[in-house]
Design a binder for this molecule. Structure first.
Ligand SMILES: [Zn+2]
Length: 333
């Protein structure tokens, strides 16, 4: 009989990743697809089931070897109902069930976590956080979020959402509107989705002349509405002064957000992931480390880009799946 294995799921609004792995953290195989957000609120759980079965089949894994499933998901979570309540990035569904459809299909325990909570578990068990009791993981991608350990305890909160740091206020003038509908939130300025809004606000304040003379002007076909986050980073890397200045301001807001997080949780380590940070590691990290001292009260921690890359949520979801399988009596069948 082969060793037990577990399924890890990284559920984002854009991409769905599924992996099967062993207790030592080794992935047998990973699989990714665009998240099916168009086929009804049951489609995502059906997609996860199909992907797990496909990886089982391709690797000739016995179905009875599956011992648990761990999910790192976009929020806001509803832990009682075992799913997601009206996600900001998939607003067409009031509720997306995850735990019950998977449990009834596979008859194994299912652990549902916020994606950043899963990620910080991955960092603590398999990454730079090994041996750390106080650590924070921050993702900068289409949104901004965090997973937090304080004194060795993973923070969860009443709904599993104890770390929605992207929605902390960093601009009391509230110049920019967040995807959540409120004003002045960190991710309204610095997430991949919203950097273009902040860039347009800054450029209008600085005067359109600087824009007309910039590389960004060419790359956005002379239209501010065409400015994309990726283009800003690319132009900055090619030496465009305007984009360098834009990223300096993005980094200053990020430094405020990081300072708030450090003052709240007093971590010894902060790691950063998410597509914006992973695609632009030094352009993300350098302004934060340069400016955090302007805002932080607590002693500054070690801050670095996560070495687990885009697998960090899967790493933590796999650990969580095995933990749940071990602790849940219903798994002893
Ligand atoms: Zn918000």
């Amino acid at each position: 009989l082969s060793d037990p294995y577990a399924a890890a799921v990284d559920l984002g609004a854009t991409n769905l990743r599924v992996a099967l792995g062993s207790r030592d953290g080794h992935f047998i195989e990973k699989m990714a697809e665009p998240t099916d957000v168009f086929s009804g609120n049951l489609a995502i759980s059906q997609q996860i089931i199909r992907m797990i079965k496909s990886v089982q089949k391709e690797n000739s894994l016995p179905e009875e070897g599956l011992c648990g499933i761990g999910i790192g998901s976009i929020g806001p979570l509803n832990p009682e109902k075992g799913g997601i309540d009206r996600p900001a990035n998939i607003p067409q569904y009031a509720f997306i069930p995850l735990v019950e459809p998977l449990r009834s299909e596979f008859a194994v325990p299912v652990e549902l976590l916020n994606d950043c909570a899963a990620a910080v578990i991955g960092e603590k068990e398999n990454g730079a956080g090994i041996g750390e009791e106080n650590l924070v993981y921050i993702t900068i991608s289409s949104g901004i979020g965090a997973g937090v350990y304080v004194d060795g305890h993973l923070l969860r909160g009443k709904d599993g959402n104890a770390h929605e740091v992207g929605h902390m206020v960093i601009d009391f003038d509230g110049k920019l509107l967040c995807g959540c509908g409120r004003r002045g939130h960190w991710e309204a300025y610095c997430s991949g989705r919203n950097i273009p809004n902040y860039a347009r606000l800054l450029i209008k304040g600085w005067g359109l002349d600087t824009y007309r003379k910039s590389l960004l002007y060419n790359r956005s076909s002379g239209e501010l509405s065409n400015v994309a986050a990726r283009t800003v980073y690319e132009c900055a890397a090619e030496g465009d002064a305007l984009c360098g200045r834009l990223l300096e301001e993005v980094g200053r807001i990020n430094a405020m957000g990081f300072a708030n997080v450090v003052d709240l949780y007093d971590p010894s380590l902060v790691t950063i992931g998410g597509s914006v940070a992973l695609n632009n590691p030094s352009a993300t990290l350098e302004p934060i480390t340069a400016h955090i001292q302007d805002y932080v009260f607590n002693r500054s921690p070690r801050i670095e880009i996560t070495r687990l890359g885009e697998d960090i949520v899967l790493c933590g979801a796999l650990v969580a799946a095995f933990r749940r399988a071990t602790s849940d009596p219903s798994s002893q069948e």
